[in-house]
Write a protein that binds this ligand. Structure first.
Ligand code: PFF
Length: 443
């Protein structure tokens, strides 16, 4: 159950939508290389720490942190870490749901056969027409939130398991087919070169920050989602090897998505750095020209909605569970409150693609030219998640007593334990802090 739930949370729009567009925006290979390094040196130790705390605390992240802090004789203020995580989750979901709404809209486009025989220009028009219409975006965002809250209301366990067990392998298979199509019909070598030949001149402090943010985002780390699911992990399961399994699967899916998309981008002379619309303006081109493409496109977007759904659930569940524990709300009331808050904030993202293309209030600051969506994404993925991640590592690797963590982790190999502890104690926190300082121009 843990592997399914964690994989369901990790694999989502972050892999198929965000990874390709971030890589495209940030110049390709150099970003990808940094992203791998961040997954291995920062993401993995944080993930292991997060699961470790979750299994020991067995409650919502905010309460888990309080209980564990008490157990170790530390300040209950550690509970704030859980509260910050909840907030981060709600903020992420507010824009994630809008993008998941685009995916829902594309299910309909695919079903109507809009992609068949389409040109690059036609695909661009479909996308631009969608994002220019705030009412349409709001409709799909609302529908996605209703779907998410429906599962949350019924309790997470049911449904999630089936969705992940059957639909994720389906998505994986379809992405593989898209890669094969990209080999046959796209500029595959161009795509490979773009993703795997690092051009070090493209590495700026901001690219490093984004690669780190993407590593946290794609693995759902730093906000308690994985901590919640850690509670499902049986006592005898190995935290380290299941974490490695989840991280590898997640990274593989992101890379395959990149390999499916960039060859099409280059073969059709599209812009790799066009931003969040990238997959929506490239994949339909492939669906429009491959045999059986209409059915394929339909299936693909449906499965992507499911992947987004299982991730969305994990973003809001910590807040819902916390409200139930803290204010003795019924699950219904707590879901309604959280769902409405997220839905309302989502309206800002909806507008940022049409009426509010940039937040003018920030002119003259480092955030000049950013939209509400860009800002939320930047703040949550690049700052709040890594910050949460450092605190999680610090708690697990410094604050917790040596016997507690050793007992909980039970990494078979003594060297494995020492390696995790070294990464979680020094490399991950220092890495994140150094990257922050680098962006601020201090180091
Ligand atoms: N990891 C998810 C994805 O790649 O789509 C996004 C996500 C889920 C981020 C849960 C953060 C989170 F807590």
């Amino acid at each position: 159950m843990f592997v399914l739930a964690a994989a369901g949370s990790a694999v989502g729009l972050g892999n198929v939508w965000k990874f390709p567009y971030m890589a495209g925006d940030s110049g390709g290979g150099a970003f990808v290389l940094l992203y791998f390094v961040c997954i291995a040196l920062l993401g993995l130790p944080v993930m292991i720490s997060e699961v470790l705390l979750g299994r020991r605390g067995r409650s919502s992240p905010a309460n888990t942190m309080r209980t564990l802090a008490r157990e170790e004789g530390q300040s209950p203020l550690w509970g704030m870490l859980g509260v910050m995580g909840m907030l981060t989750g709600l903020l992420i979901l507010s824009y994630y749901s809008v993008i998941a709404g685009w995916t829902l809209a594309y299910v309909l486009e695919a079903a109507e056969g809009s992609f068949s025989g389409i040109s690059a220009q036609g695909v661009g028009e479909i996308f631009n027409r969608l994002v220019a219409d705030p009412w349409r975006l709001m409709f799909w965002h609302t529908l996605f939130m209703v779907l998410t809250m429906f599962v949350i209301l019924r309790g997470v366990r049911r449904g999630l398991e089936a969705a992940v067990r059957f639909l994720m392998p389906g998505l994986f298979l379809l992405i593989l087919v898209m890669v094969v199509y990209a080999v046959i019909a796209g500029d595959f070598l161009g795509g490979l070169r773009f993703l795997f030949t690092p051009d070090f001149s493209k590495i700026t402090p901001d690219v490093v920050l984004k690669a780190m943010g993407q590593a946290f985002f794609t693995l759902s780390l730093g906000m308690g989602a994985i901590m919640m699911y850690g509670a499902y992990l049986p006592e005898d399961a190995s935290i380290a090897s299941t974490s490695v399994q989840v991280a590898l699967t997640d990274t593989l899916i992101a890379i395959l998505a990149g390999l499916a998309i960039f060859p099409i981008v280059f073969a059709n002379g599209l812009e790799a750095g066009q931003g969040p619309g990238l997959i929506f303006t490239t994949l339909p081109l492939a669906f429009g020209h491959m045999p059986g493409g209409t059915l394929f496109g339909l299936l693909f977007f449906i499965l992507l909605v499911f992947a987004a759904w299982t991730s969305a659930i994990s973003m809001i569940e910590p807040a819902v569970a916390w409200m139930v524990e803290k204010f003795s709300f019924t699950r219904f009331r707590s879901s309604l409150v959280c769902g409405l808050i997220v839905w309302a904030i989502g309206a800002g993202t909806v507008l940022s693609f049409n009426l509010w293309t940039r937040v003018r209030l920030l002119d003259g600051t480092a955030f000049e030219g950013k939209s509400f969506f860009d800002l939320l994404d930047y703040l949550t993925s690049n700052i709040m998640l890594p910050l949460g991640g450092i605190l999680i590592c610090l708690f697990a690797a410094w604050v917790m007593s040596e016997p507690s963590r050793r007992d909980e982790l039970r990494i078979g190999h003594p060297a494995g334990y020492v390696l995790w502890r070294f990464l979680a104690r020094y490399i991950a926190p220092l890495g994140v802090v150094l990257i922050f300082l680098h962006v601020l121009g201090i180091v």
